[in-house]
Unconditional design. Structure first.
Length: 469
């Protein structure tokens, strides 16, 4: 659940209402008393010389405090807040991000437990200009779509396997214009040559589903080459025969290994709700990586759609296998850009902590676009290298490539180099590829001021990317 959100100048006050007003205060200033006994002030503490990110974190923090009080209404004086950062962000982007942040900060996953903290409604005051209203509406659509992605990522694997994820995708887009959903069964995927993808789900009784979302809404009368987003859709990752250890925060969180797929679904939903005039394709190869006598074994060699053979050195390096076939499959769309999104390596978490997404690309053009798209969203991305040495680490004597490195170090770049092997099938002069390792941002951390569970990042960044390219 999340708060309902609106913009208006006035709202009704009753004696029984629990109403809180966000009062902007500078650091070390005191709150003033409210004029009405039903209204209580909550501080939104703004630091001197604050960044745009600092301001939105302060708003998240205030919303979390209000949620503890089970509030009916929380109002935000947007004009006053904007005055602190008006030289750093335009009106449209400010109201878009403010609205998104209010919605995601008020979110609680409550499918199996009644919410112990909440806000029923958030009112953003002083949304008066046309640009402000357009930004509000965009942010509302992004925030809602992020929370849809968070719900999918938070759902336990017993309720959300590949088949259920496919059905949820169809339900999410069932009333959407310009959207076509295609679901490839295992037999259809085999006919397509997606053997590498299928190998990951061999050990599960739950059938794999190759989910395709086609959104065609470009304003040009001529065909516009699409953007393709590919999301890792491992609905539960046991590690396969290379079983994951039972350490806290480990295997029991692996229902969230389909977060990349959830992000793709959420981003496509955001594009649809914002009526973006683009052609976008979302691909979610959905599988369950389980253990049985039918499971892929360490040391197996599997054919890929690209024609390359892959030596499976570790069945817990499964995400890159399904992404590899999806990257090759995407060639049929003749895309302008291909971005894959995955909770791919724990090593990315070691490198960046819980605070940012690692991204990889050989294209400076695409890197610049990603950096531009992340501006004024709360997503933090950091580019890591794709040096030739990492590709050498993935070489194998028995097959064209191995799914694990010969050396221990450089895990995120080794994995990205594996994917680059398959992206090299594109003509790099016309198709640019990037890989986003979102493992560090799979779940919220203390400094996010978000509810426990999925963050929904980077839906906002990807929406901005689609809008601007």
């Amino acid at each position: 659940m999340e708060a309902k959100i609106s913009f208006q100048e006035n709202f009704a006050i009753s004696e029984k209402s629990k109403i809180y007003v966000g009062q902007v205060v500078r650091e070390k200033e005191n709150l003033s008393l409210s004029a009405h006994k039903s209204i209580k002030n909550i501080p939104i503490v703004i630091k001197p010389n604050c960044s745009v990110r600092d301001v939105f974190l302060a708003i998240r923090k205030a919303i979390q405090e209000v949620m503890k009080k089970k509030a009916d209404i929380f109002s935000i004086n947007s004009a006053e807040i904007y005055s602190f950062i008006s030289d750093k962000i335009n009106v449209y982007d400010f109201y878009s991000t403010l609205t998104t942040e209010a919605i995601i900060a008020s979110y609680v996953y409550d499918r199996f437990k009644k919410a112990e903290k909440y806000i029923k409604k958030i009112v953003i005051l002083d949304v008066d200009s046309e640009n402000a209203k357009k930004g509000f509406n965009k942010g509302k659509n992004i925030g809602y779509s992020m929370n849809v992605a968070r719900n999918l990522a938070n759902d336990p694997a017993q309720y959300l396997g590949p088949e259920e994820l496919a059905m949820e995708t169809e339900n999410i887009f069932k009333v959407s214009n310009n959207v076509e959903i295609k679901i490839l069964s295992e037999s259809e995927a085999r006919d397509e040559g997606l053997d590498l993808y299928l190998s990951v789900g061999e050990g599960s009784y739950r059938p794999s589903k190759f989910i395709i979302i086609e959104y065609n809404n470009a304003s040009s009368k001529q065909y516009e080459r699409p953007i393709v987003l590919i999301g890792k859709g491992v609905t539960f990752d046991s590690g396969g025969i290379n079983l994951k250890p039972s350490t806290p925060g480990g295997i029991e969180t692996m229902h969230m290994d389909m977060t990349g797929g959830a992000i793709v679904i959420g981003t496509l939903l955001s594009a649809v709700r914002n009526n973006l005039k683009k052609n976008v394709v979302g691909i979610v190869p959905a599988v369950e990586n389980a253990i049985s006598s039918k499971a892929t074994r360490p040391g197996d060699i599997v054919n890929s759609l690209s024609g390359s053979t892959v030596w499976v050195g570790n069945t817990d390096a499964e995400g890159r296998l399904i992404l590899a076939d999806a990257i090759t499959y995407a060639k049929k769309y003749d895309p302008r850009y291909v971005i894959d999104i995955a909770t791919l390596t724990g090593a990315a978490l070691v490198a960046l902590g819980e605070y940012g997404t690692a991204y990889f690309t050989d294209s400076q053009e695409l890197s610049d676009l990603i950096q531009t798209a992340q501006k004024n969203t709360m997503s933090s991305l950091w580019r890591l290298p794709l040096w030739d040495e990492f590709a050498q680490n993935m070489e194998n004597n028995l097959a064209d490539i191995s799914n694990i490195s010969k050396v221990r170090w450089g895990g995120p770049s080794n994995a990205a180099s594996f994917l680059k092997h398959f992206a090299s099938g594109y003509d790099s002069s016309i198709t640019k590829w990037a890989h986003l390792d979102i493992a560090p941002r799979m779940t919220s951390c203390a400094y996010d001021f978000l509810s426990v569970g999925a963050t929904g990042e980077p839906v906002a960044m990807l929406t901005n990317f689609i809008e601007k390219v």
